[in-house]
Design a protein around this ligand. Structure first.
Ligand code: PLP
Length: 469
């Protein structure tokens, strides 16, 4: 496909870097790789790679460089920030776009820096990724909002906790969508209620942003999203960048969490005056290449249309749920209702009855060339509740893990779709899964106690055949 063609949901697969790469199987064959691990990271879009290739000819460090290349790089870095702002309908008068390392760093920065009243607390849901839970625990007491028995955010508990801690809730930090069950939270309703109680709201959009359009809404609007964080590597620009969008006032006062070059207006031998945010909050040389890549990826996604992406991924999700339900012995966590497929992301976590999740995912790879993920997906409390792991079981497991034995760690297998995946890929995946359920897989798999991983006995992967450094 020519890089100049208009990108559409129909032709986007051809614009995915590495889409036709074949990977080795246990039986000696090679098959086209099926990537169902998009919730973890998405591959690169070819227009992004082409843009970077062109940009590298002009690359230089930014801001105070006087040379042409430095001025050009500065111009496009700043434009990149504007493109990110526009994607979320951010009004740059009221808001800042701050670049960092990844989504986790963006949330950590906010948790460190956001002004919160002395005796306030933070409400966090029980469906959070650890990256939107642990940073808050280091800042303020955290109270968790329950999920219901299907793993959905328990709205009544949210309303109850806001009332119970009235006047004390400084921040409500909630994910836009779960990286385990794919549930999408009603972020605008969450924001509206939080604001009624005088709390700010922070949306972890790492999962939501690549799949649904998000509008920050103007400051003062009841549904305004005060803070938003997301990762470039989950939105087709895996070049190491995380973004925090924040109300401009947030960083006016206080010291940056990391200090050094770029953060200052002036420095004497005894004191320093900080410059204005966002530079104040981006110590050192920023990830210029990552910012250009992200901006290009967001332009490409805008061209394809998030509505078209959502519609395509909903069809895939519906199709996959239907397939999974037709295979006996599959346990799906969260909603299995195909009618609700448009209210969730294409993230499906499941187990095969009586088969360890590590074994299932290994067979999918070694005998099907399908890339998934297994374990607890950095959401231990949520996954344990979905799996029904008891407190007693947790105690035993924790002791084993602390003794470096991960052989019985509970978890699930997660498949997650991107805009370029297809029904044919789901068919191939379902065919391997059916073989696993029927015990018709070929390899003899051995588990490594320390990591919990399964590998086929007598099979070595020769990575040098595929890539050299
Ligand atoms: C919901 C959610 N939040 C935060 C993160 C962390 O993002 P990053 O890996 O960019 O630090 C992830 C990553 O999987 C995630 O799924």
């Amino acid at each position: 496909m020519s890089s100049k063609s208009m990108l559409t949901i129909e032709n986007v697969a051809a614009a995915i870097v590495g889409i036709d790469n074949k990977v080795p199987l246990l039986n000696g064959n090679a098959v086209r790789y099926i990537n169902f691990d998009n919730a973890s990271s998405t591959p690169t879009l070819r227009p992004v790679l082409e843009t970077l290739n062109a940009f590298m000819e002009w690359y230089s460090n930014i801001h105070r460089g006087t040379g042409f290349k430095s001025q050009l790089s500065t111009f496009y870095f700043d434009l990149g920030r504007e493109i990110v702002a526009k994607f979320f309908n951010v009004n740059s008068k009221d808001h800042l776009v701050i670049f960092g390392k990844n989504g986790t760093e963006a949330i950590n920065k906010l948790a460190h820096r956001v002004p919160l009243p002395e005796d306030s607390l933070v409400l966090v849901s029980k469906m959070e990724h650890h990256s939107n839970d642990l940073p808050w625990r280091f800042r303020k007491p955290v109270v968790h909002i329950d999920v219901d028995n299907m793993g959905r955010l328990d709205w009544n508990d949210y309303a109850r906790k806001l009332e119970q801690y009235k006047g004390k809730v400084g921040m409500v930090a909630i994910t836009g969508a779960s990286n385990v069950t794919g549930y999408i939270n009603d972020i605008y309703a969450i924001a509206e209620l939080a604001h009624e109680y005088g709390a700010k709201v922070m949306i972890d959009a790492a999962q939501l942003a690549p799949h649904r359009s998000i509008d920050i809404k103007p400051t003062g609007h009841p549904q305004h999203l005060d803070f938003l964080a997301f990762s470039a590597h989950k939105i087709y620009a895996p070049f190491g960048l995380g973004v925090l969008i924040a109300d401009r006032d947030t960083f006016k006062e206080g010291d940056p969490d990391i200090v050094g070059g770029g953060t200052v207006a002036l420095v004497s031998e005894d004191y320093a005056y900080w410059t204005d945010a966002p530079e104040k909050e981006e110590a050192g040389t920023p990830n210029i290449v990552g910012a250009i890549a992200l901006a290009k990826a967001l332009q490409a996604i805008t061209e394809i249309g998030l509505n078209n992406i959502a519609e395509h991924e909903t069809k895939l999700t519906r199709y996959a749920l239907n397939k999974l339900r037709s295979i006996p012995d599959i346990i799906i966590y969260g909603s299995v209702d195909e009618e609700e497929a448009d209210q969730r992301l294409g993230v499906i976590s499941f187990n095969v009855q009586n088969k360890p999740h590590g074994l299932v995912s290994a067979i999918l790879n070694y005998e099907g060339g399908v890339g998934v993920r297994n374990g607890c997906f950095c959401a231990h409390p949520y996954v344990k509740s979905l799996l029904g792991v008891t407190v007693e079981e947790t105690k035993v497991l924790e002791e084993k893990i602390l003794m470096h034995d991960r052989s019985t760690v509970p978890g699930a297998v997660r498949m997650s779709f991107g805009m370029y995946n297809s029904k044919e890929e789901i068919d191939s995946f379902a065919e391997v899964l059916q073989r696993i359920v029927n015990n018709e897989y070929k390899g003899k798999y051995e588990q490594y106690t320390k990591t919990g991983e399964y590998k086929p006995v007598g099979f070595e992967m020769n990575f040098h055949k595929y890539f050299e450094l």
